[in-house]
Design a binder for this molecule. Structure first.
Ligand code: CA
Ligand code: CA
Length: 410
């Protein structure tokens, strides 16, 4: 650890220091030459006087479950009472997002809500016009392929982006939770939905450095990493809210208790992490959804969610990956409405206004599913009382059943 420039130097035989990741002070990637053993190299690095700690670069995957079912409506937004629409027209877009498999930023339902780096949009191809270290990063960056085109070759990021902020009221396709928002595409997972932790940290670093106040993190499964926790804590110190998927169960697809078996990054104990489980359209915890009475905060719709897909179309997907952007989108709406709030106030508002549900009791810190209308201070009126269960018919013929009559006036 140190704040001096180390990239390109050889710390030990076979270990070349790579890129700096200054989101965490002194953090660097280290490349190991062929023929050297990872465990041996880690042990030597740990004992080097310059090194505070060293970890293997971990593997990350998306938190989506395959699903082929067809629905023809976005129940999740119906369930949220379409509240994004109620307040949309006068909201200034302040939020921006980290979408990890990239985004089809030309999708007709997304293009108008993509973040634009104006200096690059009006700049020269092949030139880092704004001097932020990334060439041609107009809508974000691709940390997997190391270029300025974070388009989506997987489908996951475009789906997540549409749930956060597909353009609303445009006579096209679907509607995001926030109709008018800025989505920054930060890709660090490849076409197969997997990638490395160091690229994830660089993406988070970019998000913080370029003004994204919220990140949507629909991935996970890596082991505990002190380095990743330090990165999230550094993002917190910059005021950044980190919304993360609770994960999609064990190898059989059955949700597990994250309190007993932590799932990262949702499980990192930094107070800017908001961990999200998935419910279905009956407000029941999805069978695949992880849970945790102390480690998972809220639930959101995550089964058969209709959203955007690369190439201009739409598709249904299920997973805590799909629940998480509902919360990220709501966080943006709350933050838009309360611009002076800090990340912890936004989290408190979302948590404290969730609908506590019997089916979630004891499974989440809140036991609740998010409620956008209540979170925005505009709760829906209670539904009208149900009609009487039985009409006041009598058993006039005394045959054990109530008679009913049709009476024609006249
Ligand atoms: Ca740039
Ligand atoms: Ca450029």
């Amino acid at each position: 650890r140190g704040d001096f420039q180390l990239a390109g130097t050889q710390l030990l035989p076979g270990t070349m220091i790579g890129r700096a990741l200054p989101l965490v002070s002194g953090l660097h990637q280290v490349h190991l030459s062929p023929g050297y053993d990872v465990a041996d190299a880690l042990a030597e690095l740990q004992s080097h006087p310059w090194v505070a700690y060293a970890e293997p670069d971990f593997h990350i995957t998306t938190s989506v479950t395959p699903n082929d079912a067809r629905f023809d409506e976005q129940w999740s937004l119906d369930n949220l009472g379409k509240t994004g629409g109620t307040i949309d027209a006068d909201i200034d877009a302040l939020g921006a997002w980290d979408v990890h498999t990239g985004v089809d930023w030309a999708h007709p339902d997304l293009a108008a809500n993509m973040w634009v780096n104006q200096a690059e949009a009006g700049g020269l191809a092949g030139v880092d016009d704004d001097g932020n270290g990334y060439i041609d990063d107009i809508h974000g960056y691709d940390f997997f392929n190391h270029d300025g085109n974070p388009t989506d070759d997987n489908g996951h990021g475009t789906h997540v982006a549409g749930t956060i902020g597909a353009v609303g009221d445009n006579n096209t396709g679907v509607t995001g939770v926030n109709w008018d928002v800025q989505i920054m595409a930060l890709k660090f997972l490849g076409a197969d939905g997997s990638g490395s932790g160091s690229d994830a940290i660089e993406a988070l670093q970019y998000a913080v450095a370029n003004g994204a106040t919220i990140s949507n993190n629909s991935y996970g499964g890596d082991p505990f990493s002190q380095i990743f926790l330090d990165a999230i804590t550094a993002a917190r110190d910059a005021g950044h809210l980190f919304v993360a998927a609770a994960g999609n169960g064990n190898i059989f697809g059955i949700g597990i208790d994250n309190d007993a078996t932590p799932f990262y990054p949702a499980g990192y104990e930094s107070d800017n992490v908001l961990a999200v489980a998935a419910v279905d359209h009956n407000d029941q915890l999805a069978t695949f959804s992880n849970y945790g009475a102390t480690s998972v905060d809220v639930a959101a719709p995550g089964v058969n969610i209709l959203s955007t897909q690369p190439g201009g179309g739409y598709q249904l997907l299920s997973g805590t990956s799909m629940a998480t952007p509902h919360v990220a989108g709501l966080a943006s709406l709350v933050w838009d409405a309360k611009a002076s709030w800090t990340y912890d106030q936004v989290i408190d508002q979302i948590v404290n206004t969730s609908d506590v549900l019997p089916g979630l009791s004891g499974l989440l810190t809140t036991g609740g599913r998010i409620n956008a209308a209540t979170a925005l201070g505009n709760p829906e009126p209670p539904p009208p009382p149900p009609p009487p269960a039985t009409l006041p018919h009598q058993d006039d013929f005394n045959d054990g059943t109530a008679e009913s009559f049709v009476v024609r006036a006249g």
